[in-house]
Write a protein that binds this ligand. Structure first.
Ligand SMILES: C[S@@+](CC[C@H](N)C(=O)[O-])C[C@H]1O[C@@H](n2cnc3c(N)ncnc32)[C@H](O)[C@@H]1O
Length: 253
């Protein structure tokens, strides 16, 4: 039986890798890298660094293929479903052609596979449709959310209270009623701008865990311009940006 490992590699710092992940990396015969263009030469480089640094026997192979690009026009959910179908086809071909019977293949997932990542959904789809037969295991990783909290030295939740995790796209509809603390990912800047006048505090981090990390915090209305400037500057310099932030409503007086 073929085996596939989905290994969370942490969100930026090679030191985020867990001992469980190191043990798993050392069993892999073939790594599948999907090249994502844009940001993303830097991210592929991190994956290679992790392989070089943590794997003792260098006889593993890396198979790199272009990743599909999500169609941004039209309905968001149908675009995502079509993108997953394309990915499932690519994964199926990789596993059929590049993973020998009895071999171990791996996808290295940024952060943790459970958070805003399609790999697990794509694998479920492939198995449900009988597109491939393999067993699989998931190795968790440190998410950008945990990296953000650690770098700002904050607890995510106020005592006994919930934390809402959402996307910039959803934030454009406003912070939901009854949500006092929200962590926001995948924001192109529009979500943050939409909330600029709210009475909230922000803890913002870009390129968390990397040498380019930037942190800012304070009242959103006072920080929003500086954050937007930093986003634009860094995006122009590096060609991509990844940022995550926590918003907390100011206590009612
Ligand atoms: C597709 S999601 C992947 C999340 C990932 N699976 C995780 O566990 O963190 C990409 C989003 O994660 C956040 N992100 C990932 N790595 C980050 C980093 N090093 N610094 C800041 N934000 C990051 C950003 O919000 C980015 O838009």
């Amino acid at each position: 039986m073929k085996k596939v490992l989905v290994i969370g590699i942490g969100a930026g710092n090679p030191d985020y890798i867990t001992i469980q992940a190191v043990k798993a990396l050392n069993t892999v015969d073939v790594f599948f890298f999907l090249d994502k263009g844009e940001e993303k030469r830097d991210l592929a480089d991190l994956r290679r660094t992790i392989c070089e640094r943590f794997i003792e026997d260098k006889s593993y192979r890396i198979v790199e293929v272009p990743g599909p690009v999500r169609d941004q026009a039209g309905d968001y959910k149908s675009g995502v479903h079509a993108w997953h179908r394309e990915k499932a086809q690519i994964f199926t071909t990789l596993i059929a052609n590049d993973l020998p019977e009895g071999g171990v293949g791996a996808f290295l997932v940024w952060g943790d596979p459970s958070l805003y990542d399609s790999t697990l959904r794509v694998i479920d789809q492939m198995l449900a449709q009988g597109a491939a037969t393999f067993e699989y295991e998931i190795i968790p990783g440190i998410t950008a959310v945990q990296a953000l909290a650690a770098e700002h030295k904050i607890a995510l939740n106020p005592i006994g209270e919930p934390v809402h995790i959402t996307t910039g796209r959803r934030l454009m509809e406003g912070l939901p009623d009854k949500v006092d603390t929200a962590v926001v990912m995948l924001d192109n800047g529009a979500g943050l701008r939409a909330l600029a006048d709210e009475n909230v505090e922000i803890y913002w981090g870009a390129y968390l865990g990397t040498p380019d990390q930037i942190l800012m915090s304070g009242k959103l209305s006072e920080c929003v311009d500086a954050i937007e400037e930093a986003r634009a500057e860094e995006r122009a310099k590096k060609g991509w940006i990844m940022d995550t932030y926590l918003l907390r409503r100011a206590p009612k007086t």
